[in-house]
Design a protein around this ligand. Structure first.
Ligand code: PRE
Length: 252
């Protein structure tokens, strides 16, 4: 998008499209049981590496993706920024609409904790089918989709600021976190988002049969209420946290 194309309407449309990615990633992770060895620090015996299989897969995949240029896009934020090498590919002129302070906002450590402690136990069945590498890969896809959505709050905050700087500036100068949170909140939009996400989970998660009468009979690929809970408890609050963090740096 060019700078002029970033409006509240266009960034909300991007958030709506990201819901599809998140719901599909939920479906893909729910295909596997919990597979606890994926997260067990004593399972791997790889010389020179200390951590679980999911740590190993995420660290190494992010390493390759960083070299391939993924994190040159200001919409992307790595989970392990400490270990990354620079991009090795020619750079693309991404539209720079964000304030430079945006680069220092990365709440992936919180997303990581919530994902493993709270979301996974709600989403997947207990059990072990041995597909640990595939499980870790589907964890990473889902983590990346959630992370992108949450950090998109930077873009949402920027367009809100540009649309009414006169309302935001005094609150930013006063470091009024609560006031900012109130100003950027639209409860009716949040309600709509939660309902739509649950509906997508119902529709995308249903069995498809060529006989239309059978469509709704099969078992859903995951519990659709997990999608709305994910948004209500974590995705929306964290997106708002990113917006406040961004706004607090907006006049630096
Ligand atoms: O649409 C917005 O205005 C946003 O800021 C996004 C979002 C969300 O995360 O879905 C967050 C805060 C608002 O209260 C409404 C929705």
């Amino acid at each position: 998008m060019a700078t002029a194309e970033y409006t509240l309407d266009s960034v909300r449309k991007a958030l709506v499209r990201q819901e599809d990615t998140i719901v599909f990633a939920l479906i893909e992770r729910a295909k596997f049981p919990f597979n606890s060895l994926t997260y067990d620090h004593n399972y791997l015996q790889i010389p020179g590496f200390c951590g679980s299989l999911v740590d190993f897969v995420v660290n190494n995949t992010e390493g390759v993706q960083a070299k391939a240029g993924r994190y040159k896009n200001p919409e992307e934020n790595p989970f392990f920024p400490e270990n990354l090498l620079s991009s090795l590919v020619p750079s693309y002129p991404f539209t720079q609409i964000l304030h430079p302070g945006a680069a220092s906002i990365n709440i992936n450590k919180s997303i990581w904790k919530i994902y493993f402690h709270d979301l996974l136990p709600l989403l997947v069945a207990s059990g072990d089918d041995g597909n640990y590498a595939q499980t870790a890969a589907s964890d990473l896809s889902l983590l990346q989709a959630i992370s992108k959505r949450v950090h998109y709050g930077k873009f949402v905050a920027e367009v809100k600021f540009r649309e009414s700087p006169q309302d935001y500036e005094p609150l930013i100068r006063a470091k009024d976190t609560e006031g900012l949170m109130k100003l950027l909140t639209f409860k009716s939009v949040e309600e709509m988002v939660k309902k739509r996400v649950e509906k997508k989970a119902v529709v995308f998660g249903q069995e498809i049969s060529l006989n239309s009468n059978d469509d709704k009979k099969g078992k859903s690929k995951f519990d659709p209420s997990v999608a709305s809970q994910l948004y209500e408890k974590w995705v929306i609050p964290l997106t708002k946290e990113v917006q406040v963090e961004y706004l607090l740096r907006r006049l630096d």
